[in-house]
Write a protein that binds this ligand. Structure first.
Ligand SMILES: Nc1ncnc2c1ncn2[C@@H]1O[C@H](COP(=O)(O)OP(=O)(O)OP(=O)(O)O)[C@@H](O)[C@H]1O
Ligand SMILES: [Mg+2]
Length: 254
């Protein structure tokens, strides 16, 4: 996962702007997102969080400005090219094979890594590694007990954790999660928070999340967006105490 090199930041943006019919959903954002830790992005509805995410993951091209990953200008790279650099984004459930077991879903994701290279040349002994890695990921995402269940029979929360597991199979340096606990019960939310804490060492987790308790409890830093711009960046304590942030949320962070 790590390449021995150290970079001060995971992502850097320079004057990043994305317009929709003249409306600037992301407006001239210049920011560095440090490497490592859980980096949350919060802000009111329509603040531009998902659009900013899409610009980092390559789902959307910017209207103007640049995106850097570590020391590399990735502005022109598509999501697949960015994934190869170690930037992985979890989508909501859509990547799950519903009629396969939980084990088979993870195993396929692990295997696809080898397939992407030259599975033809994969030594027979490597299939044992595939099983070992699959089992390790199942333990990470807390789904070992339901490994034999069909994916479609999992609860919503378990399906979303499985989705994170499929992304984890790539052992990404950067993992981007857009509202990972949305629609979850308190118990599922708790399990997902634990999952994020378990997988964060050694990688950078980027998180867009509305659940402020979750954000406050797991974030290394919080970036607050409002009307397409960065309102504030700081630790959870700094953000809680920030007056401009308090105003944006009408006291909701108290
Ligand atoms: N494809 C699009 N076409 C037109 N307008 C868009 C598009 N995507 C986003 N917008 C607009 O850009 C603004 C920012 O949207 P975005 O989805 O990035 O906000 P958000 O902070 O993720 O909000 P939420 O918290 O509701 O998910 C909104 O006004 C939205 O309507
Ligand atoms: Mg959004």
């Amino acid at each position: 996962m790590t390449d021995g090199q150290t970079f001060a930041y995971a992502f850097k943006t320079e004057h990043l702007t994305r317009s929709f019919s003249g409306f600037k959903a992301v407006n001239d954002v210049t920011i560095e997102i440090p490497r490592g830790g859980v980096r949350a992005i919060i802000g009111p509805n329509g603040a531009g969080k998902t659009t900013f995410f899409n610009l980092l993951s390559g789902l959307l091209p910017p209207s103007t400005g640049r995106v850097f990953f570590e020391d590399r200008d990735i502005t022109g790279l598509d999501p697949f090219q960015r994934a190869r650099l170690g930037i992985a984004r979890s989508f909501q459930i859509s990547n799950i094979f519903r009629k396969l077991s939980v084990y088979e879903n993870v195993r396929l994701a692990v295997q696809s890594l080898y397939d992407g290279k030259a599975s033809f040349f994969l030594p027979i002994g490597k299939t044992g590694d595939l099983h070992g890695k699959t089992v390790a990921i199942l333990a990470d995402i807390g789904l070992s007990d339901v490994a034999d269940s069909l994916a479609e029979n999992l609860s919503h929360g378990d399906q979303r954790r499985l989705e994170i597991g499929l992304v984890l199979a790539r052992d990404p340096q950067v993992l981007m999660l857009d509202e990972p606990v949305a629609g979850m019960s308190p118990k599922e939310t708790h399990a997902t928070v634990e999952l994020i804490q378990r997988i964060s060492p050694g990688r950078t987790i980027l998180l867009v999340e509305h659940d402020i308790d979750v954000v406050m409890s797991i974030s290394t830093t919080i970036t607050v967006m409002q009307t397409g711009q960065i309102l504030a960046v700081g630790t959870p304590e700094e953000i809680r105490a920030n007056e401009a942030v308090q105003r944006a949320y009408l006291g909701g962070l108290a």
